[in-house]
Design a protein around this ligand. Structure first.
Ligand code: ZN
Length: 307
């Protein structure tokens, strides 16, 4: 077991992964207010928009208005998700508004087909064309491989296949490689073995993107931390999920992640109280209660003395 780090990086993906999976379309003004609030909690990395087809994901059809409307402090690195070359072209028209382009595909043929209607090879070939374009514009490029730890349609996913895809993307010039447990199928033992191998194969910053669909999200974070992962993605309020299949709810909640890391003495730069306040405000926007642990219970040492 490696020692724990003093600091890890957390990228907030709620404004994209979260809002995308809400049944109701969130008003642009509310998105802007929430992103501006999140950006003032100390979160230094945020994925805030996606250039997907509006007829496919209408919840995110206001990417340009969101990017134009937000006012985030200097030093907050913004990321936008692009699904394909067409989305990238649109995104690049607004390239002064963000720092990083996130690209993705699935490690499972069936999930990739259902998610982006392409084979893995077709997706990879497009991404291999896109990465040099992104880098040529002076932007950072991060990639996420979805269903890295299991596919709801195909079952187990061969890590060798995931690393082969990762190797192609690394060769294409990406800066960061993320592995998504898109439908919450990973377990801590698997995560430990997976990242142990990943660090042998890759020289990139490796990021863990866990979902808490079955309650194993933070256990997986711990396993990843212990193999040397220093970069995590999470979603405030435990928002998020995956468009396919239905019922794939819940990224790990940013406030639960931050709370655990801080209790372990691992810094994140995030003000947990401020983050909880923003997460609670989202409940009013969504018209429902959010159920991340720390939203319900409050931070450690606080709940017991609350009136
Ligand atoms: Zn996700």
């Amino acid at each position: 077991m490696s020692g724990y780090p003093e600091q890890v990086r957390v990228r907030e993906v709620g404004p994209r992964d979260g809002f995308q999976n809400e049944p109701e379309r969130i008003a642009t003004a509310d998105k802007i207010r929430l992103i501006d609030g999140l950006a003032r909690t100390g979160l230094a990395h945020m994925e805030v928009a996606s250039f997907v087809r509006p007829d496919v994901i209408p919840q995110l059809d206001d990417a340009v208005a969101v990017l134009d409307g937000i006012d985030v402090p200097d030093g907050v690195a913004l990321s936008v998700l692009v699904p394909n070359e067409r989305g990238l072209q649109t995104a690049l028209e607004h390239k002064d508004r963000f720092h990083d382009v996130a690209i993705f595909l699935s490690a499972s043929e069936t999930h990739n087909k259902k998610n982006v209607n392409r084979s893995i090879e077709q997706s990879l070939e497009a991404l291999e064309r896109m990465v040099p374009v992104i880098k040529g514009e002076g932007l950072r490029c991060s990639a996420v491989i979805a269903t890295s730890f299991g596919c709801p349609y195909e079952g187990p996913v061969d890590p060798g296949k995931v690393f082969e895809i990762g190797g192609r993307l690394e060769a294409a010039g990406i800066d960061e490689l993320g592995f998504g447990d898109t439908t919450g199928m990973a377990n801590p033992r698997q995560v430990r073995e997976f990242f142990g191998r990943a660090f042998e194969l890759s020289g990139l910053e490796l990021t863990a993107h866990f979902h808490n669909t079955r309650g194993q999200g933070l256990a997986n974070v711990l396993a990843a931390l212990e193999t040397g992962v220093r970069s995590f993605e999470s979603s405030f309020g435990e928002l998020g999920g995956c468009p396919v299949p239905p019922g794939s709810t819940g990224n790990i909640a940013t406030e639960d992640l931050i709370s655990m890391l801080h209790e372990m003495g691992i810094g994140t730069g995030v003000d947990l109280d401020a983050l909880i306040e923003v997460s609670r405000a989202v409940q009013e926007v969504l018209g429902r209660r959010l159920t991340s642990h720390v939203i319900v219970a409050g931070p450690v040492g606080w709940g017991a003395v609350r009136p």
